[in-house]
Design a protein around this ligand. Sequence first.
Ligand SMILES: Cc1cc2nc3c(=O)[nH]c(=O)nc-3n(C[C@H](O)[C@H](O)[C@H](O)COP(=O)(O)OP(=O)(O)OC[C@H]3O[C@@H](n4cnc5c(N)ncnc54)[C@H](O)[C@@H]3O)c2cc1C
Length: 443
Amino acid sequence: MTRYTAKALPRQPGVSGWVAMLPDRRPRPALLGAVTADVAIIGAGFAGLAAARRLSQLDPTLQVAVLEAGIVGGGPAGRNSGFIIDLPHEVSAESLGSDSATHARRDIFKNRTAIALAQGMAEEHGWGPEVFSLSGRYSIARGAAGDHHLADYAKQLEGLGEAHRLLDAEETARLTGTRSFSSALFTPGTAMIQPADFVRRFADALRDPVTVFEQSPVLSIERQGSGWQVTTKAGTVAAGRVVLAVNGHARSFGLLPRKLMHVFTYASLTKPFDPALLGGERNWAATPALPMGTTIRRLSGPEGDRILVRSRYTYNPSITVSDAALASAGRVHDRKLASRFPDLAGLPMQYRWAGAMALTWNSVPVVDEVDQGLWLAAGCNGVGATNATANGIVAAERALGHLSQLGQHYAEAAPARAIPPEPVATIGGKAALRWKEWRAGDE
Ligand SMILES: Cc1cc2nc3c(=O)[nH]c(=O)nc-3n(C[C@H](O)[C@H](O)[C@H](O)COP(=O)(O)OP(=O)(O)OC[C@H]3O[C@@H](n4cnc5c(N)ncnc54)[C@H](O)[C@@H]3O)c2cc1C
């Protein structure tokens, strides 16, 4: 009898500021007793929710049960920096030959398909710009290496016909209220979300015949006739098909051995401050010019403004991080805040947290039927607001035998390459992250 048993369940380190800033919400009830469904989805992050939405678009009569281990919004999908990015990070790495142009265009198509799904939800349910907004993003530089990278990237975008605007140091200071940045590049197609609010509303908008069960960690998935029995602590779902959308925790079910690298990243959010203390615009969001640098987001709200700092990556094959790692990243965030915003000297952080991501060696997604009727959507590769959403869309389509253009692109992509055996993977993974962070310097 085929059975996949969860060897570990997710734990969410620290206190996510995105959740803490929201009013209380009554979670959907946990699964109790035995239910049946056409499709069971495990995990209510970007991938699981997108899969639920896509299934109900393709067949509104499908009975779908979504099982989330924790509270919706408490996991990585609700604790990220909120960028649903349309353009690939790395088009500027090489000059665009026809292969890399095709690759970049496919990436953009994937990302925009994901953004369209999120935008469709926001428009259908009337969510305001504080939840979802097509406000674009800045890439921001703090020195010559970053400036150079942005100028190169702008040329590549030109070649792709993608809208963008370079800002010099003066314009960047007008945007950010600080002279700590040397240039920026604006691209208009990124959607910004309040991630916890977005995924909560997303889950709450899913209605019968889609049912979301929270606080229902799946302990096993077992073959039952031609379908599967999914078991939680207090209930079971008998389903014809299963979509496992737990990102790196696929490994906890014994799936994708040696295919996923488990990396955490960290964020801190300041206490609110009086907006008069810092010039510039009151709502902007910037990813770093150089990969592995620091993300900064300024938010305005009724109690004042806040700054989000996201930086540090750690390699954690245990899919957990210690309090010490969280505290250490927090000290880095404090230094980054102080060096970038001297006008906010002494402003303390109020919340600090971390979240898990799963990367593949060659940065490809994994959407596969790993066993008959058991579909996997994994490999967010660090930008799961787009990648995991797209993975969920494709997993849903393929589970119903539907082939879209996006699904066709996935089918033509290279398979995920195996990572080296232990301990080489961990030693190499840690060393590679350190080296890349060192190269990013103060960016
Ligand atoms: C601080 C931070 C900033 C980030 N910023 C960005 C950003 O701006 N843009 C971006 O694109 N990405 C960002 N990311 C990455 C992004 O959050 C992830 O790539 C994304 O959440 C992955 O989506 P997912 O649906 O694949 O997995 P997850 O969001 O991890 O969702 C998987 C869900 O499965 C659940 N689960 C696991 N095991 C079980 C089980 N046994 N039973 C039931 N449920 C289970 C988990 O609780 C979880 O809710 C950031 C991440 C962090 C931590």
